[in-house]
Design a protein. Structure first.
Length: 496
């Protein structure tokens, strides 16, 4: 995030924050520390200011040793900062333009440390970072971070005000049939329904009365919507098909309609069957039987399972699955627990709802090894489709996965010619396949009418700010996007 040799190239963004610190440590430093720790980390640079053109200029520090001591004394004061995430190596001094500056690298906090807050005030002292700077987290955002702290996930909670009779046993039978079809002869096959539900984690014994009650996962998976919302007031499942531009919905069903149970088990199969309906199935025989399952089918099942398993059901706005002409969009409340980079890398499984994951796994739905998302990307790459896009939004926390069904533009010799405007005439230049993919990602990410900062695309593309500025400049020249404003306040929007 910071290399002194690239000082002149940097610009302030959502991962780098400048503070002059002429009169000592600025109070806003701790807001930024909290916001970086609660998001993806960042670096605070003391002794530097930003010029009107966005470039950096050193102002220097009067007494770096004293400032450093003041910093360590404060960050270790529990009345000021809830937790110190730093080691000695995270605070460094550098000399630039004959001035001394100090850098403070703030890592992303582990979820068991979140929320990181200041002034001994968890609800008023918790911050997050957006493209405009540090902002106060809402009470709901703080509560969401607190729910994510324990290893025992919130879906394991025993709902003592509900009885086992509150579960929908028609759904339970459907689930058991699928489980036994996947695992014929399983040792739980002969158990009665209540014993079976206890084994799968749908009911558990409460300490208060020694009786069996549904768990949160049990009521989500096997309950009816009118009972589910008693525990999860914001619970809402919504499937929308928008295949004809002249009609608002070509198909839609919701958990609150009252004509079906409205639980996760039924929603998963209803939604998947509609998503898979128009997928092409090549003719393939195995053992005399036609195989109708493809890697794309499996990838969509994985994506849908991820959406349901990692949702924060106490969060706002519910789960929305949208099937459009050229893409599938899956939205769920809650951020990415492992962080987006780790999720794309794979290998770490940290579901928000462990009991739900177990239930889905038992019917051969979902991936436990943390490789589900990379597998989805690999399938999309093999199909030649534009890469999936994962977006995180805050206030309220929300994760959005867009699976494009559009083919990447074919490139005959590894390069493609694009027309870039130079003066009053367009000049054709060669563009590499990788650059074209980055163009496509930016355009797909941008929503019509919405304005973006250059830093919005750094995490999306996982590239440096200088590369982002170059790509945006080329897209402007190609008349795909346009810029608004100048210098620090510059924004970009689609040119349509």
């Amino acid at each position: 995030m910071f290399d002194i040799t690239k000082f002149d190239e940097y610009r302030e963004d959502n991962r780098r924050e400048l503070k002059k610190a002429k009169g000592g440590l600025p109070s806003s430093l701790w807001d930024t520390y909290s916001s970086f720790a609660n998001c993806y980390g960042g670096v605070i640079i003391l002794g530097v200011k930003e010029n009107k053109d966005g470039s950096w200029q050193t102002t220097g520090l009067e007494n770096p040793a004293k400032l450093r001591k003041e910093f360590w004394d404060t960050i270790n004061n529990k009345n000021k900062v809830s937790v110190n995430l730093l080691t000695d190596d995270d605070v460094e001094t550098h000399e630039e333009q004959s001035e001394v500056i100090m850098t403070i690298r703030v890592p992303k906090a582990r979820r068991d440390f979140k929320p990181v807050y200041i002034n001994n005030d968890i609800f008023n002292g918790t911050f997050r970072r957006n493209w405009e700077g540090d902002y106060h987290c809402t009470r709901n955002e703080v509560l969401a971070m607190l729910r994510d702290q324990p290893e025992i996930t919130s879906d394991m909670k025993i709902l003592e005000d509900m009885a086992t009779e509150d579960l929908d046993f028609e759904t339970v039978r459907g689930y058991r049939n699928r489980h036994m079809a996947f695992k014929p002869g399983h040792i739980w096959e002969k158990l009665d329904d209540i014993k079976y539900l206890e084994k799968v984690g749908a009911v558990a014994v409460a300490k208060s009365d020694g009786k069996l009650h549904p768990t949160a996962a049990g009521i989500l998976m096997f309950g009816e919507e009118y009972l589910i919302v008693r525990e999860f007031p914001e619970y809402f499942l919504d499937y929308r098909e928008m295949l004809d531009p002249s009609i608002r919905w070509t198909d839609r069903f919701q958990s609150s309609s009252g004509d079906w149970a409205g639980n996760l088990f039924e929603f998963y199969f209803r939604a998947y069957n509609k998503l898979a309906k128009d997928l092409k199935v090549p003719f393939k025989m195995e053992g005399g039987n036609r195989i109708d399952d493809t890697p794309v089918h499996k990838a969509i099942r994985e994506a849908l399972a991820n959406c349901l398993i990692n949702a924060d059901y106490y969060g706002r706005q519910g789960i929305v699955i949208k099937k459009e002409q050229d893409c599938i969009i899956m939205e769920n409340p809650g951020d990415v627990r492992t962080g987006k980079k780790q999720m794309l890398r794979g290998g770490v499984s940290d579901p928000r709802n462990k009991a739900l994951m177990k239930m889905f796994n038992m019917i051969n739905v979902g991936e436990r090894a943390g490789s589900g998302v990379p597998d989805i990307y690999a399938v999309w790459e093999r199909e030649g489709w534009q890469a999936p896009v994962i977006e995180e939004k805050y206030n309220p926390d929300r994760t959005i996965l867009t699976l494009s069904l559009l083919k990447k533009e074919t490139i005959k010799s590894g390069d493609k010619k694009v027309a870039i405007k130079s003066g009053d005439k367009k000049v054709a230049i060669k563009v590499s396949e990788k650059t074209q993919q980055q163009y496509d990602k930016i355009i797909k990410f941008m929503e019509s009418g919405r304005e973006y900062k250059a830093s919005d695309f750094e995490i999306l593309l996982d590239v440096k700010s200088s590369r982002v500025r170059k790509l945006l400049g080329e897209l402007i020249a190609m008349e795909k996007i346009k810029k608004i404003g100048s210098n620090r306040g510059r924004r970009y929007k689609l040119n349509r």
